[in-house]
Ligand binder design. Structure first.
Ligand SMILES: [Zn+2]
Length: 352
């Protein structure tokens, strides 16, 4: 089943390099005749990065306002929507981690103005995708908003973020292997639309980080670049597909289930990576090789390392298929029994 017409919306500009936040006004001006910028950021990033950027580097005719987003809770984000709406800004810039970027994305979608994604860590693929995940909405999965008009990835800033965030970003990308396998399965069994180009692009981002696992383990500006490029191409794959399908399958359902059961116990990319070990076993793939790579990168591969109980892992595996029933995956329509889930987690060494 192909969508007709199939409309693809992509970012206009992707800028990856050193000391880019200093050039933000210039980059904004190059995108169009904007006059009023509204920066959405978190409290720590505001203090450490945004204040300095505004006092030292902000120049030209661009007016600016700043809003601080407290959390990813929908109520907090709606407050920011109101703040930005009141200033009549014509462009929003999200500077920070996933929370700030998601808030900026949501604001831009609600107010129908463009937004720029300026991530301060390469921790997951939401930084460049058209999908937004907010908390307190009654659902743990993401909803479609719009892609950023530009992505400004300042490697000088990103490479100073904690190494754990970079590793999590790589983990989110490794999950694309099983996401694409699930998508292909849904196409074959359910006749779901499948875009071979989007799938290939997403897979490429996973291969890209797998082959750079030693580099990623150490963390460096070059490692940040590799992960950031992968995250951008996975996001572009989602833009092309028009859904999160190329980037999110059973390994993501497992991660969302775990978040529900254990209240967001670890970083998104860490949970996804652990899930992808178990899901590649179910797909009959070389899960041992995948696990070895994750270990090299320094990602958790057991329940203990992830900081959750064995029971939470098993429970998450049994409810994962219910998180998003319309998304068919290797978990099938009835999911895993408790026995099957336990066997799976034990066999792949996730639980002892
Ligand atoms: Zn993800």
């Amino acid at each position: 089943m192909n969508k007709d017409p199939h409309i693809i919306e992509l970012p206009k500009k992707v800028v990856i390099g050193s000391s880019l936040l200093e050039k933000l006004p210039e980059i904004i001006t190059s995108l169009g005749s904007f006059r009023k910028v509204h920066i959405v950021t978190g409290p720590h990033v505001k203090e450490a990065i945004v204040s300095k950027m505004l006092s030292s580097y902000w120049s030209g005719d661009l007016d600016y306002e700043v809003s601080v987003v407290r959390s990813s809770q929908i109520d907090d984000v709606k407050e920011v929507v109101e703040e930005v709406g009141a200033t009549h800004a014509d462009i929003v810039v999200g500077v920070g981690g996933g929370k700030s970027i998601d808030a900026a994305k949501y604001v831009s979608y609600e107010l129908k103005i463009p937004f720029i994604s300026a991530p301060t860590a390469a921790s997951h693929d939401g930084i460049a995708s058209p999908f937004v995940s907010l908390r307190g909405t009654g659902r743990v999965t993401s909803v479609k908003a719009q892609p950023p008009i530009a992505i400004v990835a300042d490697l000088t800033v990103i490479s100073k973020a904690p190494l754990r965030l970079l590793r999590a970003g790589a983990g989110d990308l490794v999950g694309k292997f099983t996401a694409v396998l699930d998508w292909r399965l849904a196409h074959r069994l359910k006749g779901e639309y499948y875009g071979a180009y989007a799938a290939s692009l997403s897979l490429l981002s996973a291969k890209h980080v797998m082959s750079a696992s030693n580099l990623i383990a150490g963390g460096s500006p070059e490692a940040s670049r590799v992960v950031m490029e992968g995250l951008v191409s996975a996001s572009v794959a989602m833009c092309i597909a028009g859904s999160t399908r190329p980037a999110s399958g059973s390994e993501h359902l497992f991660s969302h289930a775990l978040d529900m059961i254990a209240n967001y116990p670890a970083l998104h990319g860490e949970e996804v990576a652990l899930g992808s070990i178990m899901m590649s076993y179910l797909h009959g793939k070389d899960w041992r090789k995948l696990r070895r790579r994750l270990q090299v990168m320094g990602l958790p591969t057991t329940a203990k390392e992830l900081g959750v109980s064995d029971d939470a892992i098993v429970e998450a595996l049994t409810i994962a298929h219910k998180i998003r029933p319309e998304r068919y995956t290797i978990l099938g329509e009835s999911g895993l029994t408790r026995e099957a889930a336990e066997r799976l987690a034990r066999h792949t060494g996730v639980i002892p």
